[in-house]
Design a protein around this ligand. Structure first.
Ligand code: ADP
Length: 365
């Protein structure tokens, strides 16, 4: 009988609760005990029954649709240090946990991968210090780890969709629908800034789904002059055809080809100065994370939670930690370390202005 723990970590995303529910129930269904680590890695570092809690079937009632994460998440600096991870190791062993499923973004999954690879040396140190008994040492020689990706940006290599991305997209589209009405009424332009760090997926998809006039994303930078000229030309053309509203969507990571950030206010100034449009800026901010999970995220999180439990039960000490991905509509296990590595390389390539490399890395996934 295995003891399987689930944790949510990093930025919250709608669907994380559905993932926790699926892990808890699939674990119980398979005759295991289920646990939740509260407050992300902070809960591991703090330990004890308050932070590593056994979960029953009924404890996750109502989790399927609810946004955010009910077991808490946190940014935990202590876990980035070996000392913090040593505490985490000790607390997991004290609670008798032998598998951990982490639902989070690339930072959280980097931490998970490091934790697993370091595990043998961590338990050796605990044994040497007399912090764990010989019996516990023998029983917990390996920790199985599995990742599911909970992240609104949809910015993780080797998976087509992350838990939360479609809910966030839906929220952005609804917000733009509301803005459309007021923009039309006053014949205004609106510049809408959306989240996404290095990834323009939310901005691009929202732009298509709301027929925005212009979209600025980090993956397709151009010189300041070029994007301004192109945007003004397109917006003026639409206005000349009688369109009363103009919507420009800016991803938070949008940049020029010489790596200057493009802010929503920059875009507004251009629309005002060059086209004389009455222009407002709307930064959607945390509204994009809120609210219930859409059907797709409930479904993805549930299937991935069930698959994560199967994966940790299948894993041997030699199996690389898996990440549960969705690839061309099929649930698949991918090596966690690989997914994290490619995601980081794309971000670094964008930071280094090597856009061709960033795109080819994305295409090669
Ligand atoms: P996300 O998972 O959404 O990308 P973060 O990057 O903030 O969010 O990571 C969440 C947490 O994961 C951090 O607060 C930290 O506890 C842990 N973490 C992130 N990167 C590492 C790392 N390189 N080593 C160990 N732990 C890490």
């Amino acid at each position: 009988r295995r003891n399987i723990a689930v944790m949510t970590s990093g930025g919250d995303a709608p669907g994380m609760n559905a993932n926790v529910r699926a892990v808890v129930r699939a674990a119980i269904f398979r005759g295991c005990k289920a646990y939740a680590v509260m407050e992300g890695y902070e809960g591991l570092v703090r330990g004890g029954p308050e932070y590593i809690k056994e979960m029953t079937w009924h404890d996750v009632k109502g989790y399927l649709s609810e946004g955010g994460t009910k077991i808490g998440t946190a940014r935990c600096m202590a876990f980035k240090e070996r000392k913090g991870r040593l505490q985490g190791c000790k607390h997991l062993i004290e609670a008798g946990i032998d598998a951990l499923i982490v639902c989070g973004g690339d930072g959280s999954l980097t931490g998970a991968d490091l934790f697993r690879s370091e595990w043998p040396s961590l338990i050796d140190e605990l044994r040497k210090n007399g912090d764990i008994s010989e019996e516990k040492y023998q029983k917990h020689k390996h920790l199985n780890i599995c990742g599911t990706v909970g992240l609104i940006d949809n910015d993780m290599a080797t998976t087509d969709a992350t838990i939360g991305a479609y809910s966030s997209l839906d929220r952005i589209c609804k917000a733009i629908d509301y803005i459309d009405a007021t923009a039309n009424s006053h014949s205004r332009a609106f510049v809408v800034e959306v989240m996404g760090r290095h990834c323009g997926w939310l901005a691009l998809m929202a732009g298509i789904a709301t027929s925005a006039d212009y979209i600025l994303i980090p993956e397709k930078p151009s010189s300041s002059q070029d994007w301004q000229d192109q945007m003004c030309k397109i917006v003026s053309k639409h206005r000349a055809k009688g369109k009363r509203k103009s919507i420009v969507i800016v991803a938070e990571g949008a940049i020029t080809s010489d790596l200057q950030p493009i802010s929503a206010n920059n875009v507004k100034d251009v629309l005002v100065d060059r086209l004389g449009l009455d222009t407002r800026v709307t930064t959607l901010g945390h509204v994009q994370r809120g609210g219930n999970a859409v059907a797709y995220d409930r479904f993805l999180a549930t299937l991935q939670g069930v698959e994560a439990v199967k994966a940790v039960l299948d894993c041997t000490p030699d199996t690389p930690s898996p990440l549960i991905a969705i690839d061309e509509n099929k649930l698949v296990r991918k090596p966690l370390v690989e997914a994290v590595k490619i995601t980081k390389s794309v971000a670094t390539a964008i930071e280094n202005k090597d856009f061709d490399k960033a795109m080819s890395l994305r295409d090669s996934e």
